[in-house]
Every structure is written in structure tokens, then in C-alpha cells.
Design a protein around this ligand. Structure first.
Ligand SMILES: [Fe+2]
Ligand SMILES: [Fe+2]
Length: 376
């Protein structure tokens, strides 16, 4: 391959004057380009100020560096705001509208994610695990088996789309990188819990994978994020919020507290991304609705997963002997919370589902009017 050399020796007069000893060639005789020492199409000398936390991505989003174009014209990996030459290649991006990926909170969420990373190895008090009654240990292991399985979808899905996102939406891609790491850690922590207390991995069934496949195979990123962030992760977030009631010991409580913080960020991104997408392109609403029509059915099926649902009922009951009088009612309340907060999230995202959903709201005990009030 021929080595590309500058057309002309580029030592502009002002550079030559300021740095008279600059060589025109390197030791191998190749001509050198020093033009970058003088000319900047981008802004020079803007001096962003660190805030109390340090130098955040919000702090450096100043001047034109903070402008996220609605429709970037190029398709390169060049840093947004750099002096880009005309020969940058097309990287094959297909998500080239800001509304395809953006959320107004995404930069803050990235910073928060980086600040709150934790370690499943170090930050869970594994040595405090105690032998549990056999029914509780089995139930915890079953729940962890299913959770470890479904957590990774929230890594695979962003990973599938990220290389298709225009590089000018860097902050959104950086946030999704943190989600990918978070979900790797979630799969890790539930796998570790399944093994750590003398139990192991239990049952996995094909039915669970139906929802995962629905998410992975969504035709557009916005459909995928509605299914993943708004629906799927929202349900997991509400499940983790019940961690105090589910966890047999402080070890599991800590696991649920830590994973809950991460899920809250993922759901917050998805909610504001959907809102941004719908506000900027009202036509996208119908495609989101179609995805959720299908996804809600798959979510109901996942909720009926015969292994996870019974394990959850037993954990909520505190043991096998109280499943019927305590476990089932608590499980029903959890489902009501999950579907209520999902529907309220849809209202906040500008994609009201109350009139459209085929969920049986009466059966779930959900008052449609109170959900609609969330949307204002
Ligand atoms: Fe997760
Ligand atoms: Fe997540």
C-alpha cells in the first residue's frame, strides 16, 4: 500500500515564523505536515471549567463542542468538532438522525454511570452468606438462573446497534457502553449468587427466550429500545425495587440495591429517548406502539414463566409453607406495580398505551385514569 503524503509541504508562513527550526522532512525523508500548529476551523482556547465533581462531559460541552447536530452530514468516526478532511470514509452508519438515538439526559447518565460502577467481586459481602433452608436456597438459585440469563439481552441489544450509530452522537454511544458493562456485571452477580451458597444453576426454558428474541430482532433501534428499556428493564427495575421483600439475607439485599441503581439509569435513558424520538418525528409513535403490542404479550408470558414465577412466590412468602396465603398476594401486588409503572412510563415518554394496550387492566387492578394523569 502506498504511503499517503501531503500534496505539498505544509508549513504555513506563521508556523514557520513561530517555530523556525521545524524540519520539512522526517529522518526517513518523508515530507511533514505542520499545518495543525496554526489553523483551526474548530474553536481554540475555550477553557472549559471543571465542576465540583471534576471535568465532566457536561463541562466540556461548551461552544460548538456542545452542539449535537440533528442530521450529521458525514459518516466518519472523526471526533465531533474536529477539522475533518474531505476523504473520511463512510463507516456504514444507519442511525444518522439525532432523534434515532438521543435522550436529553444521556450525558448526565453517562457521568453518573461512570461514577457509580461497582464490583460484583468486591462490593458484595459474599463471606456473610449463611446456609439457608433448602426451599429458600433453591428458590434464590432459580431466580438467579433466570436473571443471569435475561440480563445479557440488555448488553447484546445496544451492542447490536451501536456500530450503526453516527459518531456525532458520541455521548449516547458512551452511555450505552456503560449499560453493556452494567449488564455484564448483572449477569455476573446473579451467576455468582447461584453458585456461592452451596446451590447452583437451575432450570432454563425456551419460553423465556421468546421475549429476548423479540427484543433482539426488532426492526429499528427505537422499537428495540422501547421493548428493552421501557418495557423489559422497567419490569426488572420494579422487581429489584422489591429486593428487600425478596432477599432472604443482607447479601441478596445488597445485590438488588446495586443492580437497581444501574437499571434506573437504563430505564431513564429509554424513557427520554422515546420521548425525544416521538417529539421529533410523530410518525415513529405507531412503530413503537406496534412493537409494544407484541412486547406486552411476551412480557405477560415471561411473568408466567413457570420456574421464575414460583421461585418468586416462594421467596416473597419466606418459605414453601406460606406460598398461597402470602406469596401469591405479594406477587400479584408486584405485577400490579410493574404494569402500573410501565404504563406511567409510557405516558411520560409521550406514547400513551392506556387506550391501546390489550393488557387486562381490571384484572391487574390498575386504574386507567390515574395512569393517564401522569401524562398530564
Ligand atoms: Fe440489568
Ligand atoms: Fe439494564
Amino acid at each position: 500500500m502506498a504511503i499517503h503524503e501531503p500534496e505539498e509541504i505544509s508549513i504555513p508562513a506563521e508556523v514557520r515564523e513561530k517555530y523556525p527550526s521545524l524540519p520539512e522532512q522526517n529522518p526517513a525523508g518523508a515530507r511533514l505536515d505542520w499545518a495543525w500548529l496554526a489553523g483551526h476551523q474548530s474553536e481554540w482556547g475555550i477553557h472549559p471549567k471543571p465542576s465540583a465533581r471534576g471535568l465532566t462531559m457536561m463541562d466540556i460541552a461548551v461552544g460548538s463542542y456542545g452542539d449535537i447536530p440533528e442530521h450529521p452530514v458525514h459518516r466518519a468516526m472523526a471526533a465531533r468538532g474536529s477539522d475533518m478532511s474531505g476523504d473520511t470514509p463512510d463507516m456504514g452508519y444507519i442511525l444518522n438522525a439525532k432523534s434515532d438515538v438521543w435522550a436529553d439526559n444521556v450525558t448526565e447518565l453517562y457521568e453518573e454511570a461512570v461514577a457509580r460502577q461497582w464490583s460484583a467481586t468486591r462490593d458484595i459481602p459474599w463471606t456473610e452468606l449463611q446456609e439457608l433452608p433448602s426451599d429458600l436456597e433453591h428458590a434464590m438459585c432459580q431466580l438467579c438462573t433466570t436473571l443471569s440469563e435475561i440480563e445479557m439481552i440488555a448488553s447484546d441489544l445496544p451492542a447490536k446497534w451501536m456500530w450503526r450509530m453516527n459518531h456525532d452522537f458520541l455521548e449516547a454511544k458512551m452511555f450505552l457502553c456503560t449499560q453493556i458493562m452494567d449488564e455484564a456485571r448483572h449477569s455476573e452477580v446473579f451467576r455468582k449468587r447461584a453458585l456461592a451458597n452451596g446451590g447452583g444453576l437451575l432450570k432454563s426454558r425456551g419460553g423465556t427466550e421468546t421475549l429476548l428474541r423479540t427484543i433482539l430482532e426488532a426492526k429499528t433501534y427505537t422499537q428495540a429500545t422501547a421493548l428493552l428499556h421501557l418495557l423489559g428493564e422497567g419490569f426488572i427495575l420494579d422487581l429489584f425495587r422489591q429486593g428487600e421483600a425478596i432477599a432472604p439475607t443482607e447479601v441478596e439485599k445488597k445485590i438488588f440495591r446495586m443492580t437497581m441503581q444501574d437499571e434506573a439509569r437504563h430505564v431513564a435513558y429509554g424513557t427520554l429517548h422515546i420521548r425525544h424520538a416521538v417529539e421529533n418525528d410523530p410518525d415513529v409513535a405507531e412503530e413503537i406502539h406496534e412493537a409494544l403490542d407484541h412486547g406486552e404479550g411476551a412480557m405477560v408470558a415471561l411473568g408466567r414463566n413457570p420456574d421464575m414465577s414460583t421461585a418468586l412466590a416462594l421467596l416473597l412468602a419466606g418459605g414453601a409453607e406460606h406460598v398461597e396465603e402470602k406469596g401469591f398476594p405479594l406477587q400479584k401486588r408486584l405485577a400490579k406495580n410493574q404494569f402500573s409503572s410501565y404504563l406511567a412510563r409510557c405516558e411520560r415518554a409521550g406514547i400513551s398505551r392506556v387506550e391501546r394496550t390489550s393488557l387486562d387492566l381490571d384484572e391487574l387492578g390498575i386504574d386507567a385514569e390515574s395512569i393517564k394523569a401522569v401524562g398530564g
